[in-house]
Design a protein around this ligand. Structure first.
Ligand SMILES: [Zn+2]
Length: 300
């Protein structure tokens, strides 16, 4: 079966090419997926913007209203890292709904990926760190609210700690948050996940994959999970501008394969989101994000 992929052309909010946030990675990722024969028309889905009631499951109502009205206070926009105009607001609603849709597809087909998402620094009160809404937290709470699932595992391997997800889900016992990240990276003040592994600067393929291999069985044995959300941020790569780790392309490929194989073997549905990746060579960056889809396609 072809891999179920969720995408929307308006995931790209059209930033200037020299913006600190490499927005053009979204259309370039879709190009890369098409070039690899992974974006099959019959397995491509497009989300509608997320309704406010979903967003308010995870975020303060006044903050959601501010984003939807494009009236986010400047103080918060500065923490997010860009102004929240019409296209950014729409993009955040679409990317969030995309993760909800990918999660539903994962429950139906076993595995599915959103070609965006992983906005894990958005906290309950507000966005931060290039993240407007926390798509994985919204999707988790939406699925729980409609009783589609009872136990959710979040495996966040973006190089930055998943502080926003930890914040939003800290009082939700049905969701377990795991983050493995660079210790000295953003955010400076981390919010504890249910389980955190902090790695030293310069961690390379072998040490990284050893830690991951050791922790995966422990994670899957904790409970009978209905779904795992996998944040496959590629900012662990040696050439990433913001990461401080040193994974190679092969290390990244091995990571995605290991995670997906593990949960597939355990019979747990997996929803992949792309997470962070920051590089001035955006085609190379998009190719790295494509690794998630290449691995997922082997299990679709
Ligand atoms: Zn990151």
């Amino acid at each position: 079966m072809p891999l179920q992929i969720v995408h929307h052309p308006d995931y790209d909010a059209g930033f200037a090419v020299n913006h600190r946030f490499p927005m053009s990675k979204y259309p370039l990722l879709m190009e890369a997926l098409r070039a690899r024969g992974l974006a099959m028309p019959e397995a491509l889905s497009m989300p509608e913007p997320a309704p406010a009631k979903w967003l308010k499951l995870a975020h303060a109502a006044d903050y959601v209203d501010q984003v939807l009205a494009c009236e986010v206070p400047e103080r918060i926009e500065r923490e997010i890292g860009f102004p929240v105009g019409r296209r950014v607001s729409l993009r955040a609603q679409l990317a969030t709904a995309g993760t909800v849709l990918a999660a539903r597809l994962a429950l139906k087909h076993g595995i599915a990926c959103n070609a965006a998402g992983g906005s894990h620094h958005a906290r309950r009160a507000q966005g931060a760190g290039f993240c407007t809404f926390n798509d994985v937290a919204v999707a988790s709470l939406a699925l729980l609210a409609e009783r589609a699932v009872e136990n959710i595992l979040i495996v966040d391997l973006d190089v930055h700690q998943g502080d926003g997800t930890a914040d939003i889900l800290k009082d939700e016992p049905r969701a377990f948050t795991f983050s493995m990240h660079g210790d000295r990276n953003y955010p400076a003040r981390k919010i504890a996940s249910d389980l955190d592994i902090a790695l030293p600067d310069g961690t390379g393929d072998a040490a990284y994959l050893d830690r991951l291999r050791a922790i995966l069985p422990e994670l899957s044995a904790r409970r009978r999970w209905d779904i795992v959300f996998y944040n496959a941020g590629v900012d662990v790569h040696a050439e990433d501008r913001l990461g401080r780790l040193a994974l190679s392309d092969n290390g990244l490929r091995a990571r995605d394969e290991m995670v997906i194989n593990h949960f597939h073997t355990a019979g747990i549905a997996l929803c992949g989101v792309i997470g962070g990746g920051y590089s001035t060579d955006v085609p190379a960056l998009a190719a790295r994000h494509a690794f998630l889809f290449e691995a997922a396609a082997r299990y679709a």
